[in-house]
Design a protein around this ligand. Structure first.
Ligand SMILES: Nc1ncnc2c1ncn2[C@@H]1O[C@H](COP(=O)(O)OP(=O)(O)OP(=O)(O)O)[C@@H](O)[C@H]1O
Ligand SMILES: [Mg+2]
Length: 276
């Protein structure tokens, strides 16, 4: 199926008190295709996390519908089917650790499913290899670096063999090295394993890995396009409190200086090979 996740006219209100609610999503529609890498950006409070939590039925729409492989999230009987296919990774790596060794941590979700021990072992090893933590399988998770902890969280989800990975600011609490490690891992899951990725980030450079950038503001999707379209300078990101990623900013400056740089340059290596 092409559209793996369909968000149709979704409005969501958080209850504040008995007679007060706050509207976090307003009539949002979005289709996510199998194998896509989507970067979700927007200012604080724009609704990114709320939308992400709708993609695997952690939150259910106040009105409208979310379907994952055709399964509506608000039908309780499909909840497990949905959670198995769409895994979430959150911002704080420490909150996601559940066991005392790396290996056990990855096994945790599978054990809860009652899967056979030999299969668990195979899946755990495979997931740890994929995120580059196999050598550390007997280590204590709390002694890992931030980047390693987030890769461990990704392994825990990947071991469940999801079709989609939703990451809510997975690099926000990491140093630049940790950020690079996690980004490389996420990229690998998408490019090599074919896992669909929805990646929420405040780091604009990270969005350049995506095939599509979705921009939210005040509970609405206000832009939806390729990184080239979103960062071509025509959209006033500054007004939203968002930065331009360095490469497109550089391209714009070079163009202003008279250089005729092609439209599709979004990566450092593309820019360097064009300039050289
Ligand atoms: N648990 C909650 N209860 C009440 N209101 C909430 C809750 N979580 C979020 N909100 C409100 O919903 C709106 C959207 O919040 P959300 O966390 O989805 O935004 P966000 O884009 O993820 O922001 P950030 O970039 O800060 O993570 C905001 O107005 C926020 O204050
Ligand atoms: Mg958020």
């Amino acid at each position: 199926m092409n559209n793996m996740i369909e968000v149709e006219k979704v409005t969501f209100e958080y209850p504040l008190s008995e007679d007060h609610t706050i509207k976090a999503l307003e009539n949002i529609s979005l289709e996510i295709n199998e194998g896509e890498y989507i970067a979700l950006i927007g200012p604080n409070g724009s609704g990114k996390s709320t939308l992400a939590r709708h993609l695997n039925a952690i939150l259910l729409p106040t009105s409208g519908e979310v379907r994952v492989y055709g399964f509506p999230t608000n039908a309780e009987e499909y909840r497990w089917e949905i959670r198995r296919r769409v895994g979430m990774v959150f911002q704080n790596p420490d909150n996601q650790i559940v066991a005392t060794t790396v290996e056990e941590d990855v096994a945790f979700g599978l054990e809860n499913l009652g899967i056979e021990t030999s299969v668990i072992l195979e899946r755990v090893n495979e997931a740890l290899e994929l995120v580059g933590l196999f050598q550390l399988r007997n280590h204590a998770p709390h002694l890992l670096s931030g980047g390693q902890k987030q890769r461990l969280a990704i392994a825990g989800v990947v071991a469940m063999r999801p079709r989609c990975l939703v990451l809510d600011e997975p690099t926000a609490m990491l140093d630049p090295r940790g950020r690079r490690e996690v980004l490389e891992t996420v990229k690998k899951m998408n490019r090599q394993e074919g896992i669909t990725v929805v990646h929420i980030t405040h780091f604009m450079e990270e969005t350049l890995e995506a095939g599509r950038v979705v921009v939210m503001n005040r509970g609405n999707i206000i832009q939806n396009g390729s990184p080239e379209e979103i960062f071509n300078g025509k959209i006033d990101l500054h007004a939203l409190g968002l930065e331009m990623p360095t490469v497109p900013k550089l391209v714009r400056m070079l163009r202003a200086g008279g250089l005729n740089i092609p439209e599709n340059v979004v990566h450092v290596h593309e820019l360097v090979s064009f300039l050289c």
